[in-house]
Design a protein around this ligand. Structure first.
Ligand code: AMP
Length: 129
């Protein structure tokens, strides 16, 4: 079972942003930028391009709703999307508020977000969905 399946089942906590029957969105615990959010299909599939077509398409539409909400909360030029998957073998999209190309750089030091700030970011994004 992946760490994301444990989050989906509630075994491990997360800063939840949005959820429906098939997808969960929550804040990345080691963010590249404030508001960095992960969107995960509840179906446990490692490689995003091994998702069935319907789930892959719906994942993009679900992430669109989440991205529009992040934009309202975190001042940014736009939401960058990225798929890596080298750390957690459970398909997911990274949604990252960006202003410059460097804001998408996963090699740079991650930002620190205090626990109460995570809580308020997640809550603010959630109410904008
Ligand atoms: P990757 O698989 O390379 O796309 O990276 C996985 C991402 O998941 C990283 O940005 C991690 O910071 C993030 N991550 C790993 N564990 C957790 C967790 N328990 N809660 C939130 N984010 C996590």
């Amino acid at each position: 079972m992946t760490i994301f399946s444990k989050i989906i089942s509630g075994e491990i906590p997360c800063y939840k942003v949005a959820e429906d029957d098939n997808f969960l969105a929550f804040l990345d615990i080691n963010p590249v930028a404030k508001g960095h959010t992960l969107v995960v299909p509840k179906k446990e599939v490692d490689y995003i391009y091994n998702l069935d077509d319907e789930t892959l398409a719906a994942l993009m539409l679900f992430s669109k709703k989440v991205a529009k909400a992040i934009e309202k909360v975190v001042p940014c030029n736009r939401i960058g999307i990225s798929v890596i998957g080298l750390e957690v073998p459970h398909a997911h999209m990274h949604l990252i508020p960006i202003n410059t190309l460097d804001d998408m750089n996963f090699s740079k030091p991650r930002v620190t977000v205090a626990p109460d700030e995570y809580v308020s970011l997640a809550a603010q994004i959630a109410i904008n969905i």
